[in-house]
Design a protein around this ligand. Structure first.
Ligand SMILES: C[S@@+](CC[C@H](N)C(=O)[O-])C[C@H]1O[C@@H](n2cnc3c(N)ncnc32)[C@H](O)[C@@H]1O
Length: 274
């Protein structure tokens, strides 16, 4: 396996450790301790090997994300959705937290992440029935085919969760993923994602290149930052209808210097239906 970008490793661990700090809902048969068990021994060490300290500003950055996706899962379960597909699941605990009779959770991530998650789940002693872990490199693998092979039923409604994954995929892979999931989405299915968005009118390639240089010294794992309008078009072209497209739900993520001023990059929250 090619060595993973250490910043991606750090971010994956950091978001899971951060999520473990929040009070969150769970289903009646769900496990409220799963996130802590899944992250036991993790340090979210950066490229310099130093563990990231969980500071208040960093937690503030993560704070809106957990409730956004948790509420969608709760709503889906209440409305009778029986398939939750978590794409780029990392160490997300939702399959444990929202465990429910007759509901199946599919989790997709890179092979080494899936292997480590499986090891952690086995070690946790938690009930993992109803969870299918799927290895994929979404740079090249089609999520739809893998879901079909894993038993996902395209005739039944699904909730697709893409929390903080598409920013790590090239534009073309994001397009393929959005189309591929639309192909698995029965009417009434929902797709929810976080998307890194720059102000309208900027050149996306320039924003990405500047972010890479200024924030990561040329080693950025980020691959896709687009304007909101482009994000809406990507989803529309893939067959998704974004709910309330005129209303922006977002958290300010970081700023990059561009053309003499600071461009605000937001993490925007988008929900779409099939
Ligand atoms: C920031 S983490 C977020 C994880 C999880 N959604 C969460 O919120 O805790 C991004 C995840 O995307 C996964 N990912 C990045 N590139 C990927 C690829 N090419 N194929 C599959 N998964 C990928 C990473 O392994 C990582 O688990």
């Amino acid at each position: 396996m090619q060595q993973e970008n250490p910043t991606l490793t750090m971010i994956r661990e950091f978001v899971a450790l951060g999520r473990a700090e929040f009070e969150r809902p769970r289903s009646p048969s769900g496990d409220g301790h799963g996130q802590r068990k899944l992250t036991e021994g993790m340090t979210a060490a950066g490229p310099d090997g130093e563990p990231v300290k969980m500071s208040e500003p960093l937690l503030q950055l993560l704070a809106p994300r957990a409730p956004y996706f948790d509420l969608l899962v709760e709503g889906a379960l209440e409305s009778g959705v029986t398939q939750i597909v978590n794409v780029g699941a990392g160490y997300d605990d939702r399959a444990l937290r929202f465990r429910s009779p007759d509901v199946h959770f599919y989790e997709i991530d890179l092979p080494h992440v899936i292997a480590d998650k499986k090891r952690r789940l086995d070690a946790s002693g938690l009930d993992t029935r109803g969870i299918t872990l799927i290895e994929a490199d979404l740079a090249t693998d089609g999520a739809g085919d893998l879901l079909a092979a894993a038993g996902h039923d395209r005739r039944e409604r699904s909730l697709f969760l893409l929390e903080h994954i598409v920013l790590f995929l090239e534009n073309s892979a994001v397009d393929c993923l959005a189309r591929s999931l639309a192909g698995r989405a029965a009417p009434g299915s929902t797709l929810a994602l976080t998307a890194e968005a720059h102000p309208q009118g900027l050149d996306s390639a320039q924003v990405l290149a500047t972010t890479d240089q200024v924030m990561f010294g040329g080693t950025s794992p980020l691959r896709t930052i687009l304007s909101r309008d482009t994000w809406l078009a990507v989803l529309k072209n893939a067959g998704w209808t974004v709910l309330d497209p005129g209303h922006v739900t977002a958290v300010d993520h970081f700023q990059v210097p561009l053309d003499g001023s600071a461009a605000q990059i937001q993490t925007q929250f988008l929900t779409a239906t099939a």
